[in-house]
Write a new protein. Structure first.
Length: 601
């Protein structure tokens, strides 16, 4: 075709193609174009070049107008309104740019949304909506804000409780499958179809509930504009997803979205990293080794260290190497990872490759990029607002409520050293009542204690105080966001970042729950680390943050690199300890530092 081909594509033709998608006749603009290619008579490149030049509000208005016109026609014919029309599709055609992938790749992504189009904006929006909905619904199913709905619209309330109960049962069945010999197979078709049907019923019911006064924003889903707003020019959002035919990274900046196909990162590969071979009826590899370590940490320490090395090495070529290459090529030094599914269980920042020039002989992902984590873009927007308004210097520290952490006092001393008039609750002083009373007034919170994640009832996950468990439900009930929120929570000496080995997807850890509760940033660990390693790491973190004025997320990264690369003598001199092995690097293994990650802002 000649250089003037683009001018042959009339704007009305473009709108017609978009309308065919809105009407459900074709699943995407690309599919509509393929059927009309002879009639349209332009190249695919010309089509998408023109689509990309249309402002998002214009596209949205056109789609909405088409849906409105069609609805009037259907109403005149007394035809029931089809659910995909109108507001739902307004989200899914905001960007016409297509992913550079084959139909085989795109088909693998379609389970992530009802009728996704082949557009990067659409892929990001549906992934974001899935992450936000999973987090919000799990945390809000039995929240008190449904009490008024029960009085105003009891039928809606009862149907909502019934559908969500059925969804919980399906989630329970899936958890059971993930620890059975059938764990490597895909979800059975009947289970998948039931889940899709229940989700459709729930979508319809949520729309009805939003018509009730006071519930206009009930479980409202994020828009693509919100996703864009959460990304910054120097720290993009990176959505990570695996499918049966490979993985996909979607990099979102305020200006655009770029995609990286990860052909070698299939669901099967990821499952084998975490669970072991499909031929092995027992759970092995990551989850198996960690369970053995939890059962007997002394006897199984070396096995767990070997497994950390093996799994993080396997993450380099298929995932982190191409991602880091893309980020560095575009001059990014920071990025926020939003991993989905089983990827949420792994310390992606600790993926590594051999490098003889490094002190440890290995180059890790965090050496190249400062990676943080987030459950979704919406939580980042809320966290940023809390961070901006949190200016006070009020530190509260919880020191070893169960009296079983020998290095806790030294760690807490480092945490509170630079804060004026810090409040410390030590040992038996750290009761549920006293801690809950202090939380609304603190801006920074350091918890040197143990934690637990309740997978079936996430709101009952919590932290061990001297007289009981401080649950996520109790923290949520404080409505910290209404009182300014907490700028940073450091969760020490507990596996509070771990989502658990039974739950296969969209698990809620304490960090993600705390973001929902009104915390801007959370430092937590994925596995149990010795309290000596933790004390050394976090002491250095506070020094870098509070004394050298590094941002918290960068201070954590630099503290991890310091602990990993320093000799025992260098570490001993830094913290005032004695070591009989000054030339060793006793903390070089990622067991000691890679468990910790930064969630939020």
């Amino acid at each position: 075709m000649n250089a003037n081909t683009l001018h042959l594509l009339l704007f009305s033709t473009q709108v017609d193609l978009m309308s065919l998608v809105v009407c459900g006749m074709y699943p995407s603009v690309h599919a509509a174009y393929q059927k009309k290619a002879v009639e349209v008579n332009v190249s695919t490149t010309a089509l998408y070049n023109k689509l990309q030049r249309v402002e998002l509000p214009v596209s949205r208005a056109l789609v909405h107008e088409t849906a409105s016109d069609l609805l009037q026609l259907l109403e005149s014919l007394n035809v029931e309104r089809p659910s995909p029309l109108g507001k739902q599709y307004r989200q899914r055609i905001v960007d016409g740019s297509c992913l550079a992938g084959t139909e085989r790749r795109l088909a693998a992504l379609r389970p992530y949304a009802a009728k996704p189009l082949a557009g990067k904006a659409i892929a990001v929006t549906t992934l974001e909506q899935g992450r936000a909905r999973g987090l919000s619904e799990s945390l809000n199913r039995d929240r008190s804000d449904l009490t008024q709905l029960q009085q105003i619209a009891p039928d809606f309330y009862n149907r909502y409780q019934d559908i969500t109960k059925q969804l919980r049962n399906l989630e329970s069945q899936q958890r059971d499958r993930m620890i059975s010999s059938d764990r490597h197979s895909l979800t059975p078709e009947t289970l998948r179809e039931t889940a899709i049907d229940l989700r459709h019923q729930l979508d319809t019911l949520i729309q009805d509930i939003r018509q009730v006064p006071g519930y206009e924003k009930f479980l409202i889903l994020p828009t693509f504009e919100e996703v864009h707003q959460a990304a910054s020019s120097d720290q993009p959002l990176v959505y990570l997803v695996t499918t049966p035919v490979g993985g996909l990274a979607l990099i979102v900046t305020p200006e655009n979205i770029q995609s990286i196909w990860l052909d070698d990162l299939t669901e099967i590969v990821l499952r084998e990293i975490l669970y072991g071979s499909a031929d092995d009826p027992k759970v092995s590899c990551w989850f198996g080794a960690y369970q053995n370590f939890r059962d007997d940490s002394k006897a199984n320490y070396l096995q767990w260290c070997e497994e950390i090395d093996r799994a993080t090495r396997q993450l380099w070529e298929p995932l982190m190497a191409p991602l880091i290459q893309h980020l560095t090529d575009h001059n990014f030094q920071q990025a926020t990872l939003i991993p989905t599914g089983l990827l949420s269980f792994l310390p992606l920042h600790a993926a590594w490759t051999e490098d003889p020039s490094r002190p440890t002989g290995k180059r890790y992902a965090l050496d190249e990029i400062c990676f943080t984590y987030a459950p979704n873009a919406r939580s980042l927007t809320a966290a940023e607002a809390i961070a901006q308004q949190s200016t006070a210097e009020v530190m509260t520290a919880i020191n070893n409520p169960l009296k079983d952490l020998s290095n806790s006092s030294r760690e807490v001393a480092a945490a509170i050293a630079s804060f004026p008039q810090p409040k410390v609750l030590k040992h038996e002083e750290a009761t549920l009542e006293s801690v809950l009373a202090l939380l609304p007034d603190c801006n920074f919170l350091h918890l040197s204690c143990h934690g637990t994640a309740n997978l079936r009832e996430p709101l009952n996950s919590g932290l061990a105080m001297s007289d009981g468990l401080l649950t996520l439900r109790q923290i949520l009930d404080l409505k910290l966001s209404d009182q300014g929120g907490i700028r940073l929570v450091v969760l020490s000496a507990c596996e509070t970042g771990l989502v658990g080995t039974e739950l296969a997807d969209e698990a809620i850890s304490l960090p993600t729950g705390l973001l929902q509760a009104g915390v801007a940033g959370v430092i937590a660990s994925l596995w149990c680390v010795s309290d000596l390693s933790t004390m050394l790491l976090l002491s250095k973190f506070y020094e870098l943050w509070r004394t050298e004025n590094q941002e918290p997320l960068e201070a954590l990264r630099q503290a991890q690199i310091w602990l990993r690369d320093s000799t025992d003598g260098e570490i001993a001199n830094s913290v005032g300890l004695f070591t009989p092995t000054p030339d060793n690097r006793s903390y070089a293994h990622p067991f000691h530092w890679a468990a910790f990650s930064y969630t939020g802002v």
